[in-house]
Structure formats: structure tokens, C-alpha cells
Design a protein around this ligand. Sequence first.
Ligand code: IPE
Ligand code: IPE
Ligand code: MG
Length: 249
Amino acid sequence: MIRQSPDNQIESAFPPLARVPYHVGMIMDGNGRWAKARGLIRHAGHRAGVDNIRPTLEASVEFGIKVLTIYAFSTENWSRPIEEVSGLMRLLGMALRSRLQELHENGAQIRHSGRFTGISEELQKQILHAVDYTKHNDRIILNVAFNYSGRGEILDATRQIIKDGIDPDSLSEETFSRYLYTEGLPDPDLIIRTGGDWRMSNFLIWQSVYAEYYSTPTYWPAFDKTELYKALVEFNRRERRFGSVPDAE
Ligand code: IPE
Ligand code: IPE
Ligand code: MG
């Protein structure tokens, strides 16, 4: 985006950054509060939240992010009122129906992280189709954490490792990672949470051990390109040491 500065010089509103996180995890929180603040029902907030995925994905591509994992539904979210849960299920189905072609044409590869248990057969088929249909796209990966639980993911991986008869003494972190839903994806570098809270809520707990964490009070439906850029600027201020000492002091 280009804007005029006061002295009429053209400048970019988003100057290039030295470092761009390869993989960003997004805890899309605050839909309900966004709706309530406008006198709307929670479902209207979820609808606005789904509508905000496309512009965020576009902004992510522009900034050079290669993987965006969005937290859309946690296994804990089943405890919400039945109407809200079925509304969220319906919204995912509708989004996949109405947006799949466009996502595909824009080079997005869709992945799913989560369990199928509890999801209707039709929605399962839609998810599998979206993943298969877009599997060769490589502009950006949109990994949808839907019916996702970090602990559940670790348990699922452990069960499969035992079933596969992997020798316990040779089990490495690399092998373990290959059993996670995120198989093949690098760990997230940055986790953003909207809605003002500072917790992980069971999101990517294995993968995020060295992710930088960023929380903004902005509710998810109002989180825009400028907000994403602010998170990336903050990411650039962080010194990632990975347990080492800065610049081999
Ligand atoms: C996030 O918004 C969306 C989901 C968890 C599905 P919320 O629905 O949690 O919104 P708040 O936190 O109640 O405002
Ligand atoms: C986290 O939001 C889950 C998603 C964004 C899907 P929640 O609203 O469910 O998290 P808590 O309950 O505040 O921890
Ligand atoms: Mg919430």
C-alpha cells in the first residue's frame, strides 16, 4: 500500500522488515466480544471472524509469511452451547464451499490440524477434499486448526508411535514431530493472540516451545493488515537466543 506523506513524498505504509517469520500461528480470539460491543449476537462475530481470514491471508502473502496456522475451533470449544457449536461447524462448511476455488487460484495450500471425531461426515469430506484439491499449491500454507487440542495431538502421536512399534530408545524429537498433525511444517516462529488474553489455550504446545508470543487487545474480526504488521515489527525487536548466549559473547 502506498500513501502520501505530509510533504507529498510517496512512501510505503509497510516498510520491508529485516526478518519475516516463516510460520505464524494465529489464535483468533474475541469474536463474541466484538459482536457484543456492537449489540450483535455471537454468531455475527463468528461470521465476521471467518470473513477476516481472507484479508489476513492476503496480507500474510504480501509480507512473505509462508505458513499461517489459524486456530478456528478447539476441542474445548465443544463445551459451548449447542447452537454456537453447530453455527461454527456450519460456518466452516460454508467457507470451504464458497472460498475454496478462490483460495486455490491464489495458490493457497490448505491443511487441517485436528481430529475428525465429532465432526459430521459431510464436513470431514469437505475438509479432505479441500486439502487434496490444494495440495500442490505453494504460495502459502493455510493450516486450519479445527477440532484441535495440543495435548490431544501429542496423545494421538504417542498412540500411533506405539502402534507402529517404534523402538523407544531410538525415538527422537524429529521422529515424534513427524507423527503430529503438523508433520512436515516447520515450528511456528511467532504466535499472535487477538482479544487481549495471554494464554495458549492448548494451541500448538509441542511446536511453539521457541515461538515468540504476541498478544493484542484487538478482537479478531478487527485485526487487519496494520495490526499484523505491528506484530511483525515487534517480532523484529525480539532477540531469539534458543538457549544460547547472544552473538557468542
Ligand atoms: C474466538 O472467539 C472464536 C472461537 C473460539 C471459535 P470467541 O468466540 O472465543 O470470542 P470471545 O473470546 O468470547 O470474545
Ligand atoms: C481459543 O479461544 C480457541 C480459538 C481461538 C479457537 P477460546 O476463547 O476458546 O479460549 P479461552 O477459553 O479463552 O482460553
Ligand atoms: Mg474466546
